[in-house]
Design a protein around this ligand. Structure first.
Ligand SMILES: Cc1cc2nc3c(=O)[nH]c(=O)nc-3n(C[C@H](O)[C@H](O)[C@H](O)COP(=O)(O)O)c2cc1C
Length: 194
């Protein structure tokens, strides 16, 4: 697979390959590969090992299920995401199971599981695109989410389309310099590491 990210320092091959795809090949994703993505998510770290993430998966092989998931995306995302053969809705359990107190890092842990999915996908030659742009209320009612769970994000998954990245895909290759986000002895003061 092609590297899409030019890094200043060595990183995993999957990190160099990953990008958020807006275009997908018209090709289903094998069930075995989907299982590997959720296996990767399953082994993410989480606070108190709560594993607060939950995923709803829909593939184009079942059109009714797929349309149900698609209907939970905001219109701007539906436009491009409907090219993806697989859609996933991600939810979190808001409270810790062990003491019923609010889990303030539930979304952090979901993000970590999603990052595992993203990197495992890159490793398998797949592309994904995460979305905040969902209708959370619609997702909750469509899937009858129990109390204490909130729908948070969606993920489009597929194989990359043939050809070059389109403008939207290549635009996102910009990154902040290290001195803007890795600090040393004071907030905003660049770490001497770089
Ligand atoms: C939690 C999350 C929510 C996002 N929401 C959207 C979205 O609703 N629509 C969209 O087009 N892209 C969305 N993105 C993709 C980001 O715009 C993209 O990750 C960013 O521009 C960096 O590009 P890259 O992923 O290709 O490196 C989201 C990404 C994340 C991680």
């Amino acid at each position: 697979m092609t590297d899409h990210n030019s890094t200043d320092h060595p990183v995993l091959a999957a990190i160099k390959q990953r990008y958020s795809a807006y275009q997908f090949a018209d090709k289903p994703v094998e069930a075995g590969k989907l299982r590997s993505l959720f296996e990767a998510a399953r082994w993410a770290a989480s606070s108190f090992n709560e594993q607060p993430w939950r995923f709803i998966v829909a593939t184009k092989e079942n059109q009714a299920e797929y349309e149900k998931a698609l209907s939970c995306l905001v219109e701007a995302n539906r436009g491009w995401a409907q090219a993806a053969p697989v859609l996933v809705l991600a939810a979190v359990k808001q409270d810790f199971t062990y003491n019923a107190s609010p889990n303030r890092v539930a979304q952090h842990d979901l993000g970590q599981a999603a990052a595992h999915i993203a990197l495992q996908a890159a490793e398998l030659g797949l592309v994904i695109h995460q979305m905040a742009g969902i209708d959370q209320g619609k997702a909750a009612s469509t899937y009858n989410l129990p109390d204490g769970f909130t729908a948070e994000t969606a993920i489009a998954i597929g194989y990359p389309a043939e050809g070059d990245l389109n403008d939207a895909e290549s635009k996102a290759r910009q990154r902040k310099p290290f001195d803007e986000f890795v600090f040393g002895d004071a907030w905003g003061r660049a770490s001497g590491l770089f």
